[in-house]
Design a protein around this ligand. Structure first.
Ligand code: ATP
Ligand code: MG
Length: 367
């Protein structure tokens, strides 16, 4: 197995034929992974087609072999199209001035896949070249430590100029903070509302996110004090509502949309994501079984006049990705990964439309 440093050194020998610079310093190499089975490299490509990518790919394979020896196997070179930069529109008086867009992921009903979507969306945005953070704000059942296999991670708190600062975890290209990093797995549930809200406030004010294009916030289910604390503490650019196509979930999704649209809260709803749209078994990849009903979220999106951002299938590999700490969006040969990348693209497009057409969100002020 090779280290990231060794692989980087090899990749520095690959020169872009037109730009005459190596692909590491050009920032084309987005991600390097190496395990016992080989090396996987993810490249970022500008939207306008770059005719040199196929020669870059073969030069990578050659440079790896030449530098690291014939044992070095390039398992895969994945190319992801780079999107345009996210624009800046948030109000200047806000907390988190380095964050351009704050996106809350919510649902009416529990267990519909908020955390799964929030995490794969965050990594998808990062794969597309955006600086992205993920805050797991589910005080009562944080899932991100398990979904990223970082259960034992404890963030460092540093005192800088008299202020305590928390450094987030960095994994798979995103910055991550979870309430689960601070509490023992079973203790969070006994917290009372005000304690949980205070904790969220502290996490929002103390974390060093640096500059981010998108901060994704994974919320607890329903409409809780945590939601209210969030919109008081920061100006949320927009909310994404997750639902399954099933009637009971849709009814609750309506409540979630209504909460953000409430005139006192006034956070634009960027769109709905339908999760578990159909079941597809791995051995029958073109079959779709509409277990929870068909197109329920499309109907809801038309009724509530909210865009449908994507439909994510119910597949075993998504569940496995959650349990093993390697989110499925990272696996290029998995169709579910394409679904999450398409979702990321749509989110970028809709957030950008929102920023052009609607004035910046204001924080909710409680008198
Ligand atoms: N599209 C999918 N295919 C397969 N499994 C999925 C899919 N989406 C979510 N799951 C699985 O369903 C379970 C619930 O998902 P998740 O934890 O993301 O829901 P949630 O809405 O965040 O739940 P909570 O309301 O408790 O926060 C998880 O075990 C996850 O692995
Ligand atoms: Mg969750």
């Amino acid at each position: 197995m090779f280290t990231e440093e060794q692989i980087k050194n090899a990749l520095e020998k690959v020169i872009h034929p037109e730009k005459k610079e190596n692909i590491i310093s050009l920032g084309i190499v987005q991600q390097i992974e190496s395990d016992d089975t080989g090396i996987t490299i993810t490249l970022l490509k500008e939207k306008a087609s770059d005719p040199f990518f196929s020669s870059i790919k073969s030069n990578i394979t050659k440079a790896i072999k030449d530098t690291l020896g014939s044992d070095a196997v390039v398992k895969e070179i994945r190319v992801i199209e780079k999107s345009k930069p996210a624009e800046e529109i948030r109000a200047v008086d806000d907390n988190l001035p380095g964050v351009k867009n704050i996106i809350a992921v919510a649902s009416g009903k529990g267990g519909v896949g908020k955390s799964t979507i929030a995490l794969n969306l965050a990594i998808g945005l990062s794969l597309k070249g955006y600086k992205t953070g993920l805050l797991d704000a589910d005080i009562f059942g944080p899932s991100v430590p398990v979904m990223l296999d970082v259960k034992d991670f404890r963030p460092q708190v540093k005192n800088i100029n008299g202020k305590d600062i928390i450094a987030p975890l960095e994994k798979y290209g995103i910055k991550v903070l979870s309430i689960g990093f601070f509490v023992e797995p079973d203790s969070a549930v006994v917290w009372r509302g005000p304690m949980a809200s205070n904790f969220l406030k502290q996490m929002l004010s103390m974390t060093d996110w640096g500059n981010l294009d998108y901060l994704i916030i994974d919320l607890p289910p329903g409409t809780s004090d945590i939601h209210l604390t969030l919109v008081q503490e920061v100006a949320v650019t927009g909310a994404i509502i997750v639902s399954t196509p099933q009637e009971v979930a849709l009814a609750d999704a309506v409540k979630g949309i209504a909460m953000f649209r409430n005139e006192k809260i006034n956070v634009p709803v960027i769109g709905i994501v339908e999760n578990m749209s159909w079941f597809t078994p791995a051995e029958l990849p073109s079959n779709r079984y509409y277990i929870f009903g068909k197109e329920g979220c499309r109907a809801l999106s038309e009724k509530m006049n909210v865009p449908l951002l994507g439909q994510i299938p119910l597949v075993q590999s998504i569940r496995e990705g959650c349990d093993t700490g390697r989110p499925v969006v990272l696996d290029s040969n998995n169709p579910a990964s394409e679904a999450f990348l398409a979702l990321a693209e749509k989110v970028v497009e809709k957030v950008s439309e929102r920023n052009k057409n609607i004035k910046p969100t204001e924080r909710v002020k409680i008198n």
